[in-house]
Design a protein around this ligand. Structure first.
Ligand SMILES: Cc1ncc(C[n+]2csc(CCOP(=O)(O)OP(=O)(O)O)c2C)c(N)n1
Ligand SMILES: [Mg+2]
Length: 285
C-alpha cells in the first residue's frame, strides 16, 4: 500500500472571485428552494409577511443533510464541467431529497420533465406545496426525481451501491455522501471495506464524502464526537486517505471544498494512470 499521510485541510484558493460569488449564490438559491419545500405552503418568495397559513400544517422532510448535499452538488458540477467527467452522485441521506429536487429545478431539468412546475413564482409555489404532500412527491429522492435511478429509505447501503456501480466500469467516478448517522449502521461499518475489492486497472473510483454535521436528525453522532486524530486514523485504518473540509464561513468552505475536490480527483487520476500503465498492482488508498 502507498505511504500514509494525514492531511487535515487541503490548502489553496482555486476559485476566482467571480466563480466564488456564483457558486455561493447557486448554493444559497438551492438552500432557499429546499427549505421552501419543507416549510412553505404559500408565499414562495416571502413577499408578504409570513403567517401561519403560509406554513405546512405537518412538516415532513429533513433540513439536516440538505445544505451539505447542496454544497457537494454545486461543487461537483464545477469539476464535471471543468474536467468533462462522468460522475454518479449517490446520497446515503436520501432524506435530503429537497436539496436534489431544488438542484434539478435550478438546472431546468425539473421543468423540462414537469412543465407545470414553471420557473417562476407560481411554479415555485407548486414545487413547495407538492413536497411530501398528498398527491405530491415523496420525502426521499425517488423515481420521480429527475435523474434518479434508485430509491433507498433504509440507511446503510450507499457505499455498497457506490462500489457496485464502479466495478468493471473504469471511466465512472461515484461520489457518495455518507451521513454521520448513516455511518453508525452495521451495513455501512462493513461496507467501507469494499475498497479491498476494487482494482484501479479495470474498475472506476469511489470518492466517499462523510457528512459530519454532528447529528442523526436531533441526536449526536459518534463519528462527530471523537477527536479529529482518531477519526483520521479510523479512516486510514479502513484504507482511505482522509481530507477534512470544515469551517464557519461558507465562502472559506467553498474554497477549501474546491481545493479538496481538485486534490482528490487528481489523486484518483494519478492512481488510475499508474495502475493502467502496466506497472505491478498495489492496492492504493
Ligand atoms: C436503517 C435505518 N434506521 C433508521 C432510519 C430513520 N432515519 C432517517 S434519517 C435518520 C438520521 C440519519 O442521520 P444522518 O445520516 O446523519 O443524516 P442527517 O440527520 O444529518 O440528515 C434516521 C435515523 C432509516 N431511514 N434507516
Ligand atoms: Mg448527520
Amino acid at each position: 500500500m502507498s505511504e500514509i499521510t494525514t492531511v487535515s485541510t487541503v490548502e489553496g484558493t482555486p476559485l476566482s472571485a467571480d466563480e466564488l460569488d456564483r457558486i455561493h449564490a447557486y448554493w444559497n438559491a438551492a438552500n432557499y428552494l429546499s427549505i421552501g419545500q419543507i416549510y412553505l405552503l404559500d408565499n414562495p418568495l416571502l413577499q408578504e409577511p409570513l403567517t401561519l397559513e403560509h406554513i405546512k400544517p405537518r412538516m415532513l422532510g429533513h433540513w439536516g443533510t440538505v445544505p451539505g448535499l447542496n454544497m457537494v452538488y454545486v461543487h461537483l458540477n464545477r469539476v464535471i464541467k471543468q474536467r468533462n467527467l462522468g460522475i454518479l452522485f449517490v446520497t446515503g441521506p436520501g432524506h435530503g431529497a429537497p436539496g436534489i429536487v431544488a438542484n434539478t429545478y435550478l438546472e431546468g431539468t425539473y421543468t423540462e420533465l414537469y412543465p407545470s412546475i414553471t420557473q417562476d413564482k407560481n411554479g415555485m409555489r407548486k414545487l413547495f406545496r407538492q413536497f411530501s404532500f398528498p398527491g405530491g412527491i415523496p420525502s426521499h429522492t425517488a423515481p420521480e426525481t429527475p435523474g434518479s435511478i434508485h430509491e433507498g429509505g433504509e440507511l446503510g447501503y450507499s457505499i455498497s451501491h457506490a462500489y457496485g456501480a464502479v466495478f468493471d466500469n473504469p471511466d465512472l467516478i461515484v461520489t457518495c455522501v455518507v451521513g454521520d448517522g448513516e455511518a453508525e449502521t452495521g451495513p455501512m461499518a462493513a461496507a467501507w471495506h469494499s475498497n479491498k475489492f476494487l482494482n484501479p486497472q479495470r474498475d472506476g473510483a469511489v470518492l466517499p464524502i462523510l457528512h459530519l454535521n454532528g447529528y442523526k436528525i436531533a441526536n449526536p453522532t459518534v463519528l462527530a464526537r471523537i477527536s479529529e486524530d482518531e477519526l483520521n486514523k479510523l479512516f486510514i485504518g479502513y484504507g482511505y486517505q482522509p481530507y477534512l473540509v470544515e469551517g464557519n464561513d461558507p465562502k472559506f468552505v467553498h474554497q477549501v471544498m474546491a481545493a479538496t475536490l481538485d486534490k482528490a480527483l487528481g489523486d484518483i487520476q494519478a492512481i488510475q494512470i499508474e495502475a493502467r500503465s502496466g506497472s505491478a498492482f498495489t492496492r492504493p488508498r
